[in-house]
Design a protein around this ligand. Structure first.
Ligand SMILES: [Zn+2]
Length: 286
């Protein structure tokens, strides 16, 4: 079972009124030691679908058997989230272009530094949730350094960024820490958008859930002894250490879904050109 739940509130700067600007991280600690999965959302403050998914996910995970640790960061960019804007209004720069950050830099650069030190540098897998804000957009999953992990989310559209192709790979994203520096498995999820259809929320919840801890994802560990005190024995213990080391934690959803290599499809790849389902009004970049 989840042994302890902690609320971590690391400070990243001081507001002009003297108060502390802090992050809010939910830490779920299992009964046995193991690797740490990090799930974050709203690094762009107007992409709140992932934040809602994480909060729903928290209520599921808190009563689950767990081996290892999960860090849930529902709002990575608090001041931007507060006003439903992509950027913090204090310095109006894209937080997801400031990594690894600077403790003596602007507000967003200090925030990026704290996210690097307190979150990105202490996790072993990163699931980074983005979305299309209140505009209807296509949901898709980036393929970065772990294609099997990206495919585990079951998206019908997968996007393979290519270095040196304009508009596909951006500098200063969380990737510069998690992949370029640390090379931990990363999945970046775009959850779609729109203010009517709430499907992306439950979709994000179920996919992140099944990838981390769900019955599909952990079906292969059912035969192992279950030393938990769970009141719902149908949930097997999920061994994060075993999962990371063996990669045998991914859900099997039948036929592998085809990836769409945008660089091969177009000299100026965009998501809209990759989608066969619908054409988004605009593209958002992680
Ligand atoms: Zn985003």
């Amino acid at each position: 079972m989840v042994k302890t739940i902690n609320q971590l509130r690391p400070k990243f700067t001081t507001n002009a009124d003297g108060s502390d600007a802090v992050l809010f991280i939910h830490e779920l600690v299992g009964e046995e030691a193991g690797p740490t999965v990090g799930i974050s959302a709203s690094i762009h403050g107007n992409e709140n679908t992932g934040s809602q998914a994480i909060l729903e996910l928290f209520h599921i995970l808190k009563d689950m058997p767990l081996k290892g640790r999960i860090l849930l960061l529902p709002v990575a960019n608090p001041s931007a989230f507060a006003v439903n804007e992509r950027y913090a209004t204090i310095d109006k720069v894209d937080l997801n272009r400031q990594f690894p950050g600077n403790p003596k830099g602007t507000y967003s650069q200090q925030l990026a530094h704290a996210l690097t030190e307190q979150y990105l540098n202490v996790i072993d897998i990163h699931i980074d949730l983005h979305s299309g804000t209140d505009r209807p957009t296509v949901d898709y999953v980036y393929i970065w350094n772990d294609e099997e992990l990206s495919r585990a989310f079951g998206s019908k559209v997968l996007y393979r960024p290519v270095e040196n192709k304009q508009g596909t790979v951006f500098g200063g994203t969380t990737k510069s820490v998690t992949i370029d520096t640390r090379n931990i498995p990363v999945a970046v999820i775009e959850l779609g958008g729109g203010i009517v259809d709430q499907t992306p929320i439950s979709s994000a919840r179920s996919t992140a859930f099944s990838t981390c801890c769900g019955p599909r994802g952990s079906s292969r560990v059912k035969s192992r002894p279950t030393p938990s005190r769970s009141s719902s024995p149908s949930w097997p213990v999920f061994d994060l250490h075993r999962a990371v080391s063996s990669k045998r934690w991914l859900p099997r959803t039948g036929k592998p879904l085809p990836a769409i290599n945008c660089s091969a499809a177009s000299s100026a790849p965009t998501i809209s050109k990759c989608s066969k389902r619908s054409r988004p009004r605009s593209r958002t970049a992680s």
